[in-house]
Design a protein around this ligand. Structure first.
Ligand SMILES: Cc1cc2nc3c(=O)[nH]c(=O)nc-3n(C[C@H](O)[C@H](O)[C@H](O)COP(=O)(O)OP(=O)(O)OC[C@H]3O[C@@H](n4cnc5c(N)ncnc54)[C@H](O)[C@@H]3O)c2cc1C
Length: 347
């Protein structure tokens, strides 16, 4: 049997490793766009305060996974799923143009959600959703710091970049906190009247606001951001007024990567619809992780339930698990420096 997995995040890699340990004879191929190895996405939001992050974020190299008997095709992209003959179209570093599968595991994860009014300005902002995004942000910051340090005419306080972050959810607050921790100026725009309003109680949200403000972040609530304007080296955020920044980060949530499945005619909702057995509307194709939508309408877009799905699915396909998948009890917390919520998050 040939099992093909699309995606090298926690969903794809955890499944591949577990299935490898349960099935000695199956051929396992994992195809991924990534080149850097299997990395920790949660650590992305600590990507400024840790100097060695570009190395320490790597959990396993692709060579190490290959050595464990998983055929990794990195730097490659699956562009189509042909369900009539169980093949995948592949581009990039893969020597073959087509791959055959007996079972296909969709673990393509998610992309940053860009609200429609902002899409026209794509070249004016950063996101923080992948290691490539983090590298681009760190490179921008380093060039900015180097140029400003060299420029003798500028006073010291202009040396650090001034960031605008759009979105006061989990990732926006985490990134704002980490940039402030390395001494950058940060202004956080949020559309609602409290931060992380979907996850936190009012009391915890007020505490989070205080912690961010104490760390130097300027928090602007109830902000209707209309768009952005390029102004020489700066970029301005348009609300009722125009305010200039050195760089912008959009942190407005995530969007499951459903396009491949949609083109292949699989059932789609916000994510790829799966049964409680993580089966899509095609019995040879499963989905898990950020991309999968369970029958209760939920996407379990957190590390702990995703690993749990991956292990469960490996056992199910290996014939060792019969009961449907049920979500484990789990919690999360915002990685904001100095913030500890008093109440559990609403997930
Ligand atoms: C900044 C940040 C902080 C977070 N913090 C936390 C936290 O503290 N705790 C927590 O539990 N969760 C956190 N999360 C969420 C968590 O990281 C995700 O839920 C989880 O990593 C999703 O894993 P995944 O394997 O489903 O998808 P991903 O990690 O997105 O992996 C999908 C992979 O598929 C590849 N891919 C997609 N399409 C194709 C294609 N067509 N061909 C080839 N390859 C393809 C992508 O390149 C990617 O490597 C955070 C997320 C972010 C972005």
């Amino acid at each position: 049997m040939h099992v093909v997995i699309i995606g090298s995040g926690v969903a794809g890699v955890s499944f591949a490793e577990k299935y490898r340990s349960l099935s000695t004879d199956a051929k396992i191929t994992l195809v991924t766009r990534e080149n850097d190895g299997y990395y920790s996405r949660p650590l992305l939001s600590r990507g400024f305060s840790k100097d060695d992050i570009e190395q320490s974020i790597i959990l396993k190299t692709f060579d190490k996974l290959r050595a464990s008997g998983i055929n990794i095709i990195s730097g490659a992209e699956i562009t189509a799923i042909n369900r009539s003959d169980n093949t995948l179209a592949v581009t990039g570093s893969c020597p073959k143009k087509s791959l055959q599968y007996d079972k296909l595991i969709l673990a393509q994860g998610s992309a940053a959600f860009i609200p429609p009014p902002f899409r026209a300005y794509r070249d004016l902002f950063f996101c923080l959703n992948s290691l490539a995004d983090l590298k681009a942000l760190r490179k921008f910051r380093q060039v900015f710091l180097d140029q400003n340090r060299l420029n003798q005419n500028k006073p010291d306080q202009n040396c650090q970049p001034h960031w605008a972050i759009i979105g006061g959810g989990l990732i926006g607050c985490e990134v704002a906190s980490d940039l402030a921790a390395v001494g950058d100026k940060v202004t956080l725009f949020h559309a609602m009247d409290s931060l992380m309003e979907r996850q936190l109680t009012g009391e915890d949200s007020t505490l989070l606001l205080q912690v961010l403000q104490d760390s130097g972040v300027q928090v602007l609530l109830n902000q209707a951001v209309q768009g952005f304007v390029k102004q020489h080296e700066k970029v301005a955020v348009k609300t009722d007024v125009l305010t200039e920044f050195d760089a912008l980060i959009i942190a407005c949530g995530f969007k499951p990567n459903i396009e491949l499945a949609e083109k292949a005619g699989l059932e789609i909702g916000r994510g790829i619809k799966v049964s409680q057995h993580l089966e899509t509307s095609d019995k040879n194709i499963y989905a898990l992780g950020d991309v999968a939508q369970l029958p209760n309408g939920k996407l379990y877009a957190f590390i702990l339930p995703i690993r749990n799905q991956a292990f469960w699915l490996a056992e199910f396909i290996a014939g060792q698990e019969k009961k449907p998948w049920s979500p484990p009890i789990f919690s999360t917390k915002a990685k904001v420096h100095g913030f500890e919520a008093a109440h559990p998050y609403n997930l």
